[in-house]
Design a protein around this ligand. Structure first.
Ligand code: HEM
Length: 353
């Protein structure tokens, strides 16, 4: 019996409370509707309070929907404004200046110091430095990287550089082609990054003598004397670990999140990943510029080594003498050791490494 009366009491109390509050809510809704009606007279189409509510994400009566999915009930995502300011602000400005400054420094170095030339006379005896697989993989990576770098820059800087230069018509074509190329070449590059890592990691492990290279900055400044190194010098190892591996993995993973937005990613996730992708992408391109310079005009004979896989014995001794000695040792030959002339019997043409 006692339980029933308590229940009755509670029921009556809540009904009374509800009855007391309902008019409040009705009045508040009424007030809002009236306020909006008055506003349409004094300031036609100005519905600021409504949009303030929407922007704050206040539910209901603003944001209900029947549509199922991620954030389908979010009409305006305020963080989007922050993302736009970061992407169009620091990422674009500092990213742009980084590329301009790095390019200017490379040009300045080239015009003041010139290419790293071979001191010794080529012997005509060639050593294989990169196998056909090394080269096919490298150039697939290089070509996809350059396509991604150029199209990425079109997407990020197109508004500030292409539109003033070419107008809306051509720029929108370039942006559309660029975006699709970027989306399709991205996964190819990601696979290349994994294969490059597996292929080159064993020759990029740090060695004690790399420290001497770092201290002498690879002999690239001052008297540019000889600095011993293995198959890859410390500078190439930094490119391998910081560039190819670290940046390569970050731009690939963030690229996949952006490329396949159908795994429940909300706008916040996409915005954060976009900022990381663009920032690390700029760093990667800046480092890549250094590698491309060294791999084209910066070091005499370097381009050919990745083009046809072969280097002259003198080149190997001068730039990668520990590697050169390893190759000779593997072939049961006395080490050649730079800068001493070859003491042992000359090597047969085109020895495999
Ligand atoms: C047009 C662009 C490029 C050019 C001209 C170029 C040129 C070269 C050359 C000449 C070498 C041989 C250097 C030596 O004999 O020690 C080389 C090595 C290498 N390149 Fe490139 N490269 C380019 C783009 C790339 C890209 C995009 C990546 C990776 C994302 C890459 C990764 C490597 C790696 C890992 C090596 C082996 C040396 C090391 O492990 O550091 N290259 N490249």
């Amino acid at each position: 019996m006692r339980g029933n009366s308590a229940l009755r009491w509670v029921t009556w109390l809540s009904v009374a409370l509800f009855a007391a509050l309902l008019p409040q809510a009705a009045i508040a809704a009424g007030d809002l509707a009236q306020e909006q009606a008055e506003r349409q007279i004094t300031q036609p189409l100005n519905n600021a309070p409504l949009w303030r509510g929407v922007r704050k994400g206040e539910n209901p009566p603003y944001q209900t929907t029947q549509v199922r999915g991620v954030e389908t009930n979010v009409l305006i995502q305020t963080e989007g404004q922050i993302w736009r300011e970061i992407r169009n602000g620091p990422v674009t400005i500092y990213g742009g200046w980084l590329l301009i400054v790095v390019t200017a420094l490379i040009a300045l170095y080239y015009y003041t110091k010139g290419a790293l030339k071979l001191h010794e006379k080529p012997t005509g005896r060639m050593i294989e430095r990169f196998s056909p697989w090394n080269r096919i993989l490298h150039w697939t990576t290089a070509i996809s990287f350059v396509i991604l770098a150029v199209t990425g820059m079109i997407i990020l800087f197109g508004r500030y550089v292409l539109i003033p230069m070419f107008g809306y018509g051509l720029s929108s074509w370039l942006a559309a082609i660029g975006k699709n190329l970027h989306n399709f070449v991205g996964p190819v590059f990601a696979v290349c990054v994994i294969l490059m890592f597996v292929t080159f990691v064993k020759d990029n492990l740090p060695k004690a003598y790399d420290w001497l290279w770092v201290r002498k900055l690879g002999g690239m400044f001052g008297d540019r004397g000889h600095v011993p190194s293995g198959r890859f010098n410390a500078g190439e190892k930094v490119w391998f670990w910081l560039g190819v591996t670290a940046c390569g993995v970050v731009v690939s993973v963030t690229g996949f999140v952006l490329d396949f937005p159908n795994f429940g990613q909300g706008r916040g996730t996409m915005q954060l990943v976009n900022v990381i992708h663009a920032s690390v992408g700029m760093l990667f391109i800046a480092m890549g510029l250094g590698h491309i310079y060294m791999g084209t005009i910066g070091v005499e004979g370097a381009y050919e080594s990745m083009r046809n896989g072969m280097v002259d014995e003198a080149w190997a001794r001068e730039h990668h003498d520990y590697w050169y000695n390893e190759v000779r040792a593997r072939k049961g030959r006395a080490p050649g050791g730079a800068p001493s002339p070859v003491a042992a019997a000359p090597m047969k043409e085109g020895w495999k490494t």
